[in-house]
Design a binder for this molecule. Structure first.
Ligand SMILES: *Cc1c(COP(=O)(O)O)cnc(C)c1O
Length: 361
């Protein structure tokens, strides 16, 4: 598959001074680079019109399918400046593969992995000056694709638009890593067996917003979801997988049975933990077990993980029936050690025996 990108530089990019001002305190997801990638797909024609162009609104007919039936998927990964002045990404091949799997579940045209990777390279090349050079900054890349056919019939769209936008981000935690509090949702679930929980689709997030708002109303940072069938076992947060660290040095994480998103951070954590000689068990983990083992002290640490925050300790657990803490509500040593090692690999400060770091420039 060979698609050439038509590079159309933004005629009015941000000035160096404007960019510097925006990069001084970018926050998360509010500042965007000068360009975006667009690639079109149509049944019978395949992928065509690959472009890097000025970031701009996308005009849309009111009958565009995605606005009605939510056929949409996305990815999230980061590009980093290396100490030597180069640019890298972390495991983008895994994002390419997941994007394809998500597309298949949503009956969308799968974008070839080479095209996914090439689109990231092309955007980084034109917008490389937007990558923060601070120790904990990065360029967050957001590839996404939606049903662009103009038709109200309920069926898989015959046309898709794929885009990549990029957003410089600063440190997720201002003033160091802080444990989060989670609200165990009793009224809502995120994904059911046979549903779309393992696909990275916008609809899963739409379903999580009301329980997330309830979490905030109850003084918590994040909603945590239990399984949709028995409402007993931990699934995950709305955008992060979870791990439990036991006194005997073993780790437990819920298995990938279809309702959980297969996180690339989750996979990396499992690999790193095993290399440290820790036992990692993927098995159903009940909320009752969490409560009992936190109370007895057998459970030492709990953490959440995903691209945006990397690894976040879970300090407090709350639900309508009460509240408890894990590890005294503090960050634990295993959590922080895994976090440090993963961040060091991502930033080229530690060896990368698995070939996870992908050189761009
Ligand atoms: C993206 C996502 C994650 C984390 O995946 P990473 O590849 O580690 O960023 C976890 N859960 C859900 C629901 C997600 O959408």
């Amino acid at each position: 598959m060979s698609v050439d990108f038509d590079i159309r530089p933004n005629p009015a990019p941000a000035s160096a001074a404007e960019r510097a001002a925006l990069l001084a305190n970018p926050g998360f997801g509010r500042v965007f680079t000068d360009h975006m990638v667009t690639i079109r797909y149509a049944d019978g024609k395949g992928w065509y019109d690959a472009r890097v162009e000025a970031r701009a609104p996308i005009p849309m007919d009111p009958a565009t399918a995605v606005l009605h039936y939510a056929q949409e998927i996305f990815e999230g990964l980061k590009a980093y400046h290396t100490a030597g002045g180069g640019v890298t990404m972390f495991r983008p091949e895994a994002n390419a593969a997941r994007f394809r799997t998500s597309a298949e579940r949503m009956a969308m045209a799968p974008l070839p992995d080479e095209l996914f990777l090439a689109s990231l390279h092309e955007l980084i090349k034109v917008d490389r000056d937007w990558i923060p050079t601070t120790d904990d900054g990065s360029l967050y890349l957001r590839p996404f694709m939606f049903a662009s056919e103009v038709f109200l019939g309920v069926k898989p769209s015959s046309e898709y638009l794929y885009l990549v936008i990029a957003s410089p981000v600063g440190s997720y935690f201002k003033g160091g890593v802080q444990p989060v509090s989670v609200w165990v949702s009793q009224d809502y679930t995120r994904a059911a067996p046979g549903g779309t929980g393992a696909a990275k689709c916008g609809g899963n997030y739409a379903a999580s917003l009301l329980p997330q708002a309830q979490a905030v109303e109850n003084g918590c940072d994040q909603a945590l979801f239990l399984d949709a069938v028995q409402r007993r076992y931990v699934d995950e947060l709305s955008g992060m997988n979870v791990f439990y660290v036991y006194a005997d040095g073993s780790l437990v994480t819920p298995p990938l049975t279809g309702s959980i998103l297969p996180g690339i951070t989750r996979d990396s954590v499992i690999t790193l933990a095993r290399e440290k000689g820790l036992r990692v068990v993927e098995r159903p983990y009940s909320f009752a077990e969490w409560q009992a083992d936190a109370a007895s002290g057998e459970l030492r640490e709990a953490f959440a993980c995903g691209t945006a925050a990397v690894i976040t300790p879970i300090g407090t657990v709350r639900w309508p029936g009460g509240e408890f803490t894990v590890g005294g509500g503090e960050s634990g040593p295993v959590t922080m050690d895994l976090r440090q090692q993963l961040v060091d690999i991502q930033r080229g400060r530690a060896d990368d025996p698995h070939g996870w770091v992908h050189r761009v420039l």
